[in-house]
Design a protein around this ligand. Sequence first.
Ligand code: ATP
Ligand code: MG
Length: 477
Amino acid sequence: MALPSRSAPAPRAREHVLVIDPTDPAGRTYQVALGAPDRAIHVCTSAQEGLALLGEVRPDVVVAALDTADLPGLRLLEALRHRAPGTAVIVVAAHPNVEGAVQALRAGAVDYLGRPISPGLLSEKVVRALTSARTGRQLAQAQKEAGDKWGFTQLLSLSPKMIRVFDAIRSVAGTDATVLIRGETGTGKELVARAIHDRSRRRDKNLISINCGAFTETLLESELFGHEKGSFTGAVGRRAGVFEMADGGSLFLDELGETSLSVQVNLLRVLEEMRFRRVGGTEPIDVDVRIIAATNVNLETAVHERKFREDLFYRLNVFPITLPPLRERPEDIPILTRHFLMDAAKEYQLDPPTMVPEAMELVLRYAWPGNVRQLRALCERWVIQCAGRDLRVEDLPGELRAGGKPDEHVGGLFIDESVPLPQLTDRIVNQVERAYLHKQLVRHKGHLTETAAACGVTRRTLFNRMKALGLDVTAYK
Ligand SMILES: Nc1ncnc2c1ncn2[C@@H]1O[C@H](COP(=O)(O)OP(=O)(O)OP(=O)(O)O)[C@@H](O)[C@H]1O
Ligand SMILES: [Mg+2]
């Protein structure tokens, strides 16, 4: 077996944590609390040493004590933020207090710890910061690849299944071939159509989209092919259809599976000849249009049930692209969540919430029937609901919280063995309390005094608990 040569650089550990703490020269507390395969812990005792190590170590997370002799207080945090702007810093205060924590978080720390350091809490906070840093890195990578490698503006993905889709887009975009995009609702079919058009020679011309499922048969014919004045009731003037508008460019026929058989006959003829007449017109019109079609129904089944014409199916199915549902690409869930949270926060001018790992676990476990669109809408809601704070399990809608598998041995509660016992107990108590208060609030139609009396607590206690558990009284009125 060949031994690695001495001069070969050691492979880089996946994650690097830099610790600056004057009270623990051997870094024993940190090595014990944070040790993990694939993680390197670098320990030093002075600010100067720590700052000097930044370039070499390129840490994902820095744990910085605020009581170094050479740069005490928040000056060390400021120096770290200045030298390594994107790096997460957790600060350790010798005498922890609320005001100090607020100041540190305002100055850009991601978290705050007090001495004596609890190894469990330290590990939890560092793992959380590392996870967040990893998601940030992956999102940046997906955004860079989308732009540089694939030339898209909006489609983000790191999943191998989607990378195959991106490859298909790249190979078909330059041709004039008809593309049939298939996939469940909200999987990104419209974005793919846009990506194909934007990479084609037709990109300077129009991409016209029409949702074929949104019109009655008569209106759809007129939308597709246009009409002459007076050709039907309501046709007050001559109007061009989408085929004419897309001339020289691309036409996106969305929800094509919803069309009637008679529209399908006309469409097939137009696709074959690229020539048609307006409704009520006699003059043939020739166009040069690239067709991109999409459907979220299974066209083979529709053909089998005689709801979709077989000849049109073959005409469209020249180059099929199938988008995988979100649940089949879990690696995209954290990056898309981060992306949509940041996006919505920017739009609403709010601070994005930070999703706690337990909530992300449920987000990953959920089946996402509405796919990326559903995730995007929820992220918008979360930004409004949880701006600038942690996004906790309690903030997730019921269908996501129900996603964890209940354990039949403990009365249907979800027992997650990967969580330390005190946190698990807290979480379960909160879940039970929330469910109990929810039932009482429903029974008393959101009347706080009555609900409090029924629960045997004061109105103030009820109000505080509801706030802590994310229960909104207006939902029960
Ligand atoms: N890979 C992705 N990266 C970023 N955003 C995405 C991605 N896929 C989908 N989206 C977003 O999700 C939403 C739904 O996408 P889109 O409208 O393209 O889905 P669709 O498949 O056409 O859905 P439907 O069948 O319901 O019409 C849009 O807001 C879109 O921007
Ligand atoms: Mg669509």
